[in-house]
Design a protein around this ligand. Structure first.
Ligand code: HEC
Length: 201
């Protein structure tokens, strides 16, 4: 072997070793990413604990799509004053609903209650969202995951959270605390979906 041939082989070997290491690295990153994704794709955006208790999903205002809002006169939740209810859902759930007319398994709906601030503006008497009064959260469940849990049934998980208590619900039983008021919307999976423009075709 001449010295140049020897050098050539060494370089080739180096290249092979480098290529093999790169492949191992790429594989490691791929496995790691897949693992992280499978962790991240937790049921219902991390809004449901293993025991079926719900919480308000973190950062929903920035991460979710606003479906629409209700101006509610004489709201029981805001002591009879004009209040605003703003409803949110994840963007991919909205996309799916627009295709199929149904929210996919694991969809989280958040209704945020605001006390209204009413004032005379250049437009006339106008009400804006002031402080938060609470949150209603529903999670779509097509598999009956938590049968026997009083926060789950009729295809949804149900919970109310007072302002500042986003981790611990005050709801004891969805049948007594929620269902009666949602019965009028039974034909649309218990959701008042006609009020949300982004869901319309
Ligand atoms: C007093 C009647 C009443 C009760 C009790 C009630 N809801 Fe509702 N809910 C409504 C009405 C009416 C709407 C739509 C209009 C509005 O917000 O004023 C609504 C809207 C919602 C929405 C937005 C999606 C939709 O259906 O349009 C969520 C989420 C929600 N409620 C969750 C709950 C949960 C969870 C409970 C129980 C902890 C509950 N609600 C109890 C009457 C009620």
């Amino acid at each position: 072997m001449t010295p140049t041939e020897h050098d050539g082989r060494c370089v080739l070997r180096l290249i092979l070793v480098a290529a093999a290491s790169a492949m191992v690295l790429i594989l490691a990153i791929a496995v790691d990413t897949a693992f992280a994704q499978s962790n991240r794709s937790d049921f219902a955006d991390g809004a449901v604990a293993a025991d079926g208790s719900l919480r308000v999903p973190e950062g929903f205002r920035e991460r979710y799509v606003m479906l629409g809002a209700w101006a509610v006169a004489g709201d029981v939740d805001t002591g009879g004053k004009l209040g605003l209810h703003v409803v949110y859902a994840p963007g991919d759930a909205v996309t799916a609903f627009r295709k199929t007319g149904q929210f996919p398994d694991g969809t989280v709906l958040v209704k945020e209650l605001f006390n209204g601030k009413t004032e005379d503006l250049t437009t006339g008497k106008a009400t804006s969202a002031a402080d938060v009064a609470g949150y209603f959260v529903m999670v779509k469940d097509r598999e009956g995951r938590f049968s026997g849990n009083p926060l789950w049934g009729d295809g949804w998980g149900w919970s109310f959270f007072a302002a500042g208590e986003t981790q611990k619900t005050r709801t004891k039983d969805y049948v007594t605390d929620c269902l009666g008021c949602h019965e009028p919307a039974r034909a649309t999976d218990l959701i008042y979906d006609y009020a949300y423009p982004v869901l319309r075709k």
